[in-house]
Design a protein around this ligand. Sequence first.
Ligand SMILES: Nc1nc2c(ncn2[C@@H]2O[C@H](COP(=O)(O)OP(=O)(O)O)[C@@H](O)[C@H]2O)c(=O)[nH]1
Ligand SMILES: [Mg+2]
Length: 211
Amino acid sequence: MESENVFKIGVGGPVGSGKTALIEALVPVLTSRGHRPGVITNDIYTQEDAEHVRRTLAGTLDPERVVGVETGSCPHTAVRDDPTMNLAAAADLLDRCPDIDVLLFESGGDNLTLTFSPLLADVYVFVLDTAEGEKMPRKRGPGTTDSDLLVINKIDIAKYVRTDLTVMERDAWDVRDGRTVILTDCLTGTGVTDVADFVLKRREEMCSPAP
Ligand SMILES: Nc1nc2c(ncn2[C@@H]2O[C@H](COP(=O)(O)OP(=O)(O)O)[C@@H](O)[C@H]2O)c(=O)[nH]1
Ligand SMILES: [Mg+2]
């Protein structure tokens, strides 16, 4: 992949936690900060998420810059074990739009064990949501414990699903040994600038030469 200068963000998490919504909220923030994002979504059998992103970001992101990969396989195979399809999609996208400097990869919704191949993600964001239950961080798994950033999304509905956000957030920090946790409502944008700050800081750290 012609991607030495492209910062790659992997977004994983269970089905419905808000991965697509996070990307849709993050792209305008990244754009407003002078970046030129591209998006690659993974669905098993469809282009559903890519179409959703194109519709939601119409007028903000050229639809050409959104690519849907139909993996046909279980989600973590396509982003971890054999990322060939995603690498090919990225290479093709970067050929067409060589000015892209940030590439967001959305994994197909998967379980708590999902991780990204380092070929696809410089920073790995794992998304849980309050409707999955307060217990989710305590169930651990590499996505929750080892991702660079854990997002707890749908904070707006926590009270309707009887999730105590204080407990969920506290347990998340505990199982992650203090690695960052950010609470979001991706439909209104609450917390999304914090996510942008986090990933862009990571990008700066990666781009700056070692002392
Ligand atoms: N109330 C609420 N709904 C959300 C939020 N984020 C996503 N959703 C909704 O949750 C559903 C699944 O979101 P989606 O982004 O498709 O999840 P994905 O499967 O992880 O990509 C959609 O109906 C979204 O509109 C949020 O922060 N609050
Ligand atoms: Mg999605």
